[in-house]
Write a protein that binds this ligand. Structure first.
Ligand SMILES: Nc1ncnc2c1ncn2[C@@H]1O[C@H](COP(=O)(O)OP(=O)(O)OP(=O)(O)O)[C@@H](O)[C@H]1O
Length: 283
């Protein structure tokens, strides 16, 4: 595999009131062009921190992020980010929200007419052409996320960074957007890093699932190759033994190998038989 994005041995320490806090310890990940990677791990392990370092929003204390053989340490349009909550400008229409990013990247490289066509093309990719004249307040949460994705794609980033982009949506809308993302990725061959808490989403979308250990000083724990043919169909996969095997492997990692211990052990009382306590802690 030739490496396109190299997250090379990155560590980060945050200064805190009680001293430095080491969130990541030598996280190392080599990503090929066009790969779809999911990052999964318990809350607070450091997934967003990894993404923020790749985005250039945080600076690693050690290690480096190398994209197409060049070190990146500041934000740039070659790495577009889609967050859990949309970040659209409320006073601009759907079209204008995408256009503003297109102008930022392509001013002087595309004509005005070409830029308008490019905005239309990207809105069509996420099936939002019909609402291009609307304001964000006039469309649903799922539609806003679609526009955020169109805006990110329209920048033609080398890497698309997605931080729980569907986390705040209802299950049906999430499923529609996952399907849309799979379609777009098969067409454009984007390199994607997706943070998710949803095991099914990770297995459905990914080429590889990167499972992080619990923090502090989180690392890459295990990497699972998802060798399922594309295009993938969620209904057909439900009965696919390989799909279920991958799902079980992630669940085992999260709930056994990296199980979160309760903050303080439950107190045994004579009224609580041991079996009930075991049930309470999931043992
Ligand atoms: N700017 C900061 N200053 C101090 N500590 C930070 C900072 N940013 C993150 N942390 C700490 O680093 C650790 C990792 O945080 P991060 O947000 O990356 O986790 P996460 O895996 O994305 O969590 P979640 O799944 O809940 O979003 C946490 O303990 C968090 O408190």
């Amino acid at each position: 595999m030739s490496t396109y994005l190299d997250i090379s041995q990155i560590s980060i320490e945050f200064p805190t009131k009680t001293g430095p806090f080491k969130a990541l310890d030598k996280v190392d990940l080599k990503i090929a062009r066009g790969e779809f990677i999911s990052l999964i791990g318990h809350s607070g392990c450091g997934k967003s921190t990894v993404l923020n370092i790749v985005a250039g929003l945080y600076e690693a204390t050690e290690g480096a992020v190398i994209l197409e053989s060049k070190e990146v340490n500041a934000p740039g349009p070659d790495r577009a980010v889609v967050f859990q909550h949309h970040s659209l400008f409320p006073w601009l229409t759907v079209f204008e929200n995408v256009e503003i990013a297109v102008k930022q990247v392509f001013k002087g490289k595309k004509s005005k007419a070409e830029m308008r066509q490019w905005v239309d093309y990207n809105l069509a990719l996420v099936h939002m052409s019909h609402a291009s004249h609307k304001l964000p307040a006039e469309i649903s949460g799922g539609m806003k996320q679609r526009v955020g994705i169109a805006r990110a794609l329209a920048m033609e980033p080398k890497v698309l960074l997605m931080d729980e982009p569907f986390g705040a949506l209802d299950a049906l809308t999430r499923a529609h957007l996952q399907d849309a993302l799979m379609e777009i990725q098969s067409e454009l061959n984007n390199t994607v890093i997706l943070i998710t808490h949803d095991v099914d989403e990770a297995v459905l979308l990914s080429d590889r699932i990167v499972m992080m250990t619990n923090g502090p000083a989180a690392k890459v724990g295990e990497i699972l190759n998802i060798d399922l043919p594309r295009p993938r169909d969620r209904l057909a996969l439900a009965d696919n033994p390989d799909y279920n095997h991958y799902r079980a492997a992630v669940l085992t990692f999260l709930h056994q190998k990296q199980a979160k211990k309760p903050a303080s052990p439950p107190q045994l009382s004579s009224a609580e038989p041991l079996t009930e306590v075991k049930k309470a802690v999931g043992a």
